[in-house]
Design a protein around this ligand. Sequence first.
Ligand code: CUA
Length: 315
Amino acid sequence: MLDLREAVASPFDGQSPEARAIATLFSQTLVVCGVIFAIVAVLVGYCVLAFRARKGAKEPPQTEGHTRLEIAWTIAPLLVVVGLFVLTARAMAAADPPADRPADMTVIAHQWWWEARYPSGAVTANEIHMPTGTPWLVDLRSDDVIHDFWVAELGRKIDIIPGHATHVWLQADKAGTYTGACAEYCGSQHAWMRITVVAQSPDEFAAWQRHELASPPPPSTDAASRGAQLFNDHTCSQCHAIGATANVDRARIAPDLTHLAERTTLAAGLLDNTPDNLGRWLKSPQSLKPSCHMPSLQLTDAQVNDFVAYFETLR
Ligand code: CUA
């Protein structure tokens, strides 16, 4: 399992102008509300103490209506609300500008994984790559229920409603790996719907994308060849694509496996991508991620080993 401290990114640690605009708005609102809270608390405390009931005290004078006071306590909150509105509108403009060009990529949410498609034809899952230093426009869709795409360090949070395309701007100041998650309850495995964003220099990103478009090398060992045969004999290929078959222009049933061995996690963040974990996953996906759409295929240990040998060649 992943270390949770590593896996959960902080929304207060913005690594892009968009994310920082949101974090700044939060801090500003917190300060304004903190000042109001302090003023109200002090006044209430003063009134409770200064005007508390004393034995034998006469009833204080009763006044009704105070025009200047009433105008003041109407205008002061109005100014606070207008001020917060202006700050919010500015943060929204910075974090969520309208989409003014074709998207740089499409991300499709599924129960419980993310499909990532690039206009070049590259397809991957649960791990998206993007270049650093430039706003990156992501077209978002859902294949089933309402999900929510959230990579806190790079951009805003956005609901994805089936049948309704939406978008989000991501940007990364510096190269690195950023974790995100589905932020809208979408079924039993909602918690294991993590997404990893790998931000790379534009050159590295271009190289990655060229590599993604290439088919993996043919299996070179006996075990890997047997694994490839098993993949075709079982029903795997009806849901998962590998290589050239990957370039179909429709949402998938299951993650693309063309370069599976290069991804960092399995099952949308549930497991580190190691041969051991891959074997465990193939042996019993339903005990690791109950009710996910990957069936338990009742594989023998020898078959699991062959599958793993084959999948490890998918680079
Ligand atoms: Cu998808 Cu929660």
